[in-house]
Design a protein around this ligand. Structure first.
Ligand SMILES: [Zn+2]
Length: 504
């Protein structure tokens, strides 16, 4: 069994007494010149408040303000003894500022309870000594793993042993029954902060340093929380970009890499290896919100084709990338995705191999995907899209690349247009508008002529200044039928039903 207790010290930094700090320093034989210096620094201090002509002064004898230069050190000096004491007694304790996490592991519940109670008593005594209070209501417990002894099946019904049928509980997977109350539920460990009090609350989810951990090390809750947070944040920032106006495609991508990814993948090296395929799908669902904004695409476009159109790695693979990148930075070895990275290998080369492995995985997904028939005609492989950096998406280009847009064949299929026919009489599909429609023949001929005269891709690097202008010109020409249609609709001269309901 393993469980964690997250201790909350009430007003920790504000209630740290200076005489306790000085006592601890003296006990640790602080050098003779430093101790008087600090004692003098902490002596005779007052806080003054002036408001509406009234001045109030008060002597201060405690407090280690967070954010001050000396504050965290004063706190650490006082917290160090309890960390050492717990560790010396075989306990596992982690602390960051006043966030204290005790991990208790052992064979059976009784042994764990005894060990946890011993350690908790140590921590409570330390808090007493420093005149600090451990908040009973905010201190929480989480079950991380249950006893895995035996792997023996026991058959029970309502607490009574029965033969054969009904509920079968497998030992080693009892975490659920430990937090379940009433019939069929087992009692979670009972640890008291002080004698005679109720035991510490056993929660299904706790938050430690911004990471939500669930019973049995589940991070489903964390993925949900960060997904919602990143999507909302991105939505607010990207509200500056609507279908036909707003910040550029490049700026949207910057926001994605600078805001969306760091929010979604915060502390990923701690939880990334717990991502299951279901959680990977959840990560991609939250990515979808950002993708629709970046592509300025219709909401009906599926996530996998949006990822390819925006040339952005699926979020579950990005999560893996961040996690492996952290391992590479630490110089650790690993063997994942069929890539073996050895300890101390050149980080740049190692990361490149990881990237290749992830792109390969993405490529497999794209080739196995049944969606995006039209997108596949433009980008048969992910590499095609990655090599076409010059294509910048906007509301009209996205419609052609995804096939989800102002095309009557598509709209009538969704019940948004009465007819699926173009004004020329043929079925109005993406291919028809782009390649066949006789009404656009003049534009098409002009574009072909222009392309044969000046091949923007063949005339040098696509990323150089002059060529970018050419490519943008081509994109505008290609998207002009769609933009003209939108213009006509705004002016009320287009017969189709307004597709705004399905628009992003
Ligand atoms: Zn037509």
């Amino acid at each position: 069994m393993a469980f964690g207790i997250l201790f909350d010290v009430t007003g920790a930094f504000n209630n740290l007494r200076w005489d306790s700090v000085l006592e601890e320093l003296e006990r640790r034989r602080c050098p003779g010149n430093l101790w008087p210096l600090l004692a003098d620094y902490l002596d005779d201090r007052t806080v003054a408040l002036a408001c509406n002509g009234i001045h109030v002064c008060k002597k201060v004898k405690k407090g280690a303000p967070q954010g001050s230069i000396l504050g965290p050190d004063l706190w650490n000096i006082c917290m160090d003894p309890v960390l050492r004491e717990v560790q010396d007694r075989g306990g596992e304790i982690v602390a960051y500022a006043d966030d204290l996490l005790l991990i208790v592991t052992g064979g059976g519940r009784q042994a764990c309870e005894d060990q946890g109670q011993d350690m908790t008593r140590l921590i409570a005594r330390w808090a007493d000594r420093l005149c600090l209070e451990i908040s009973r209501s905010k201190t929480e417990m989480i079950l991380l793993k249950n006893s895995a002894t035996g792997g023996k099946k026991v058959t029970r019904a309502g607490g009574k042993r029965i033969l054969g049928e009904k509920r079968v509980i497998e030992r080693g997977n009892l975490t659920g029954s430990l937090i379940r109350k009433g019939k069929g539920g087992a009692r979670p460990p009972c640890i008291r902060i002080s004698d005679g009090e109720m035991g510490i609350h056993c929660k299904e989810e706790v938050e430690y340093l911004g990471v939500t951990i669930g019973t049995g090390f589940s991070i489903a809750g964390h993925v949900e929380v960060v997904g919602a947070k990143a999507s909302q944040l991105y939505q607010r920032l990207a509200s500056l970009a609507r279908a036909q106006w707003g910040i550029s495609y490049g700026a949207m991508r910057q926001l994605y890499s600078g805001v969306f990814l760091p929010t979604s993948l915060y502390a990923v090296s701690a939880w990334g290896d717990l991502v299951t395929s279901t959680l990977g799908d959840n990560l991609q669902s939250s990515q979808r919100v950002a993708l629709i904004r970046i592509c300025r695409a219709y909401r009906t476009a599926s996530t996998d084709l949006l990822q390819v159109c925006a040339s952005l790695l699926p979020l579950d693979l990005e999560c893996m990338r961040w996690r492996l990148r952290a391992l590479i930075r630490k110089g650790q070895s690993f063997n994942q995705l069929g890539i073996e990275v050895r300890e101390g290998e050149n980080p740049r080369l190692a990361l490149r191999r990881v990237d290749c492995g992830l792109w390969k995985r993405w490529e497999e997904r794209w080739s196995n995907s049944v969606k995006g028939k039209i997108t596949r005609e433009f980008f048969p492989s992910v590499v095609h899209r990655l090599n076409s950096e010059h294509i910048e998406l906007d509301h009209y280009v996205s419609q052609f690349l995804t096939g989800h847009g102002d095309f009557k064949a598509k709209l009538s299929g969704m019940g948004l247009s009465e007819s699926s026919l173009c004004a020329c009489g043929a079925e109005e599909t993406t291919g028809h508008v782009l390649l066949d429609c006789e009404r656009l023949e003049c534009t098409r001929v002009e574009l072909k002529q222009w392309l044969s005269d000046t091949d923007p891709l063949a005339s040098g690097s696509a990323s150089s200044g002059g060529d970018e202008g050419d490519i943008r010109g081509v994109q505008e020409d290609v998207s002009s039928p769609a933009s003209r249609k939108a213009q006509a609709r705004r002016e009320g001269t287009h017969s189709c039903v307004n597709p705004r309901q399905s628009q992003y």
